[in-house]
Design a protein around this ligand. Structure first.
Ligand code: PRP
Length: 212
């Protein structure tokens, strides 16, 4: 283990679980998620950790700045990036779903549906395959607000506990796809740093049972 190896970790809910999992595997001891620092160096293992927005993990990995990263499969589906999915990490389970107001649950196929989402590309493809005309309302967060205030008819979003939908009087209309956290890598790192990647996969595999 000589050259520095870089891992991109997501901030937030998924990142907290990811970090616990890495730490259980004897890694990322120096990473402090409550600090404002964005880079943490583990000199003894020659690993650099970068803390980024979940959706940006894929960019850092695809561009080769990070060798591997942890990201929800929702981000992978949205980015359609040229990366390898190395491993399902067994946490971050949630699902893509169409959701809307309880008393507005019917989707009329002949009407153009206004869909608010943080996942415009995924949403566009999904509805295209269903033959449903839509207008995308792109948002960056708090998507559940959109149908409440008449910005959209429905949303396409990830649902984990369902608490955000419930708190805002929304319900799942159609579940789309189950998703979970993945370990990803770019092609070059997978090829040239294969041994290190395999080693990390083995460590994470060993802690899988204990942490899920
Ligand atoms: C995600 C997602 C939902 C919520 C679902 O948002 O977009 O809003 O979590 O989780 P739940 O089913 O457990 O309530 P996030 O917390 O990432 O915040 P955001 O709205 O700022 O994107």
């Amino acid at each position: 283990m000589n050259s520095t190896f870089t891992i991109a970790l997501p901030k937030g809910r998924l990142g907290d679980v990811a970090l616990k999992r890495l730490q259980a595997a004897g890694m990322a001891k120096e990473v402090n998620p409550s600090s404002r620092r964005l880079v943490f160096n583990d000199v003894s293992q020659a690993i650099r950790y970068m803390i980024v927005k979940p959706i940006d993990v894929i960019t850092y990995v695809e561009q080769g700045v990070a060798d591997i990263g942890i990201i929800g499969r929702d981000g992978i589906l949205e980015a359609e990036a040229d990366i390898y999915e190395l491993m399902d990490l067994g946490f971050g389970q949630c699902r893509f779903a169409i959701a809307g107001l309880k008393d507005n649950m019917k989707i009329q196929k002949d009407e153009t549906l206004r869909v608010a989402t943080k996942y415009p590309r995924f949403t566009k493809t999904y509805f295209k395959n269903k033959g449903q005309k839509i207008i995308i309302i792109p948002l960056n967060g708090s998507v559940e607000l959109a149908p409440l205030v008449g910005l959209s008819d429905v949303i396409v979003d990830i649902v984990e506990t369902g608490n955000t939908l419930k708190a805002n009087g929304l319900e799942i209309i159609t579940p789309i796809q189950d998703i979970s956290a993945k370990l990803i890598s770019n092609r070059a790192s997978y090829r040239f740093k294969y041994e290190r990647i395999r080693h990390i996969i083995r460590l994470l595999d060993q802690t899988k049972e204990a942490n899920t």
